[in-house]
Ligand binder design. Structure first.
Ligand code: ZN
Ligand code: ZN
Length: 280
């Protein structure tokens, strides 16, 4: 059975994340290690780091994953935004390393008018620059597929493949697939045959062995809408079948699968219950 969980709050301290996860019945959690709406962040204290590591153990959390700040854009051509992005992203990686977090999910970035080819190249180059500064780190960076809103890149498997191909550190990179984003980007997971076709496409472009985690979200918007609006499991355009296929797919039997659905803890509990029922 995959490791089911959710994106949980760190309000009051990072070590509250595993506690919140345990209260929801999570085996895996996702968290922000810094305020996702601010460029600046105070360093983590020794106590906070120790408390987080202990609490993960105590709460039986088998996988802790981080998600980067929404402000970061590794595709930016504005020197100020780019420098801030590089610094913040480097800090995200440092924090994961300190906390013993095995993977950091990040959005590739947007091209802000430069075009997709130039944007992808810039993202790959900037990723190389950051990773060069962080040798011997264990945290894996997982490129997340996106819905393709605005000039966001990463809504095609080929975009992810392009960044991976240009990386000087491919062994430090992986992929996180978000079901809502797949749907919004036009990848149809709703029938057995289309699900298998999407997985084949992904395998050809990036390799399924590169997929290390999933975001399980239903979608408020239709197939190919390129709009990123998460919905509770089974309540949106995806319905239950895509989640049934994923949860029972032996290729992903050990993967963290994390909810980012709306409605807070009550809705998370309902969504987790719905998901667990899909596994015979
Ligand atoms: Zn996501
Ligand atoms: Zn989303």
């Amino acid at each position: 059975m995959p490791l089911l969980g959710a994106h949980v709050s760190t309000a009051g301290g990072v070590d509250n994340a595993p506690r919140n996860g345990k209260n929801l019945g999570c085996e895996a959690i996702q968290l922000f290690t810094r305020n996702q709406m601010q460029w600046q962040a105070r360093p983590l204290s020794k106590q906070a780091i120790a408390a987080f590591r202990e609490t993960v153990e105590e709460c039986g959390i088998r996988a802790a994953v981080s998600h980067d700040s929404y402000l970061i854009n590794l595709g930016s051509d504005d020197p100020v935004t780019l420098q801030r992005s590089l610094d913040a992203f480097a800090d995200e990686i440092d924090r994961c390393e300190q906390l013993g977090i095995s993977s950091l999910v990040f959005h590739p970035g947007s091209h802000v008018g430069a075009g997709e080819v130039a944007g992808l190249q810039r993202i790959a180059d900037n990723l190389n620059r950051v990773l060069q500064r962080k040798p011997n780190y264990r945290t894996q960076l997982l490129l997340e597929n996106t819905a393709g809103q605005g000039s966001n890149l990463g809504y095609r498997f080929e975009h992810l493949a392009e960044v991976l191909a240009r990386s000087q550190y491919p062994e430090r990179l992986g992929v996180c697939l978000d079901t809502c984003h797949l749907h919004a980007a036009g990848y149809d997971l709703r029938s057995r045959s289309t699900y298998e076709a999407v997985m084949r496409d992904c395998d050809v472009a990036v390799g399924l062995d590169r997929v290390k985690a999933f975001h399980l979200n239903d979608s408020k918007r239709g197939l190919g809408s390129r709009v990123d609006r998460h919905e509770n499991i089974g309540k949106g355009e995806l319905g239950l079948e895509p989640f049934r296929f994923l949860l029972n797919d032996p290729r992903f039997a050990e993967h963290p699968m994390l909810l980012e659905t709306p409605g807070g803890d009550k809705a998370y509990r309902r969504d987790l219950k719905t998901l667990r029922r899909l596994k015979p």
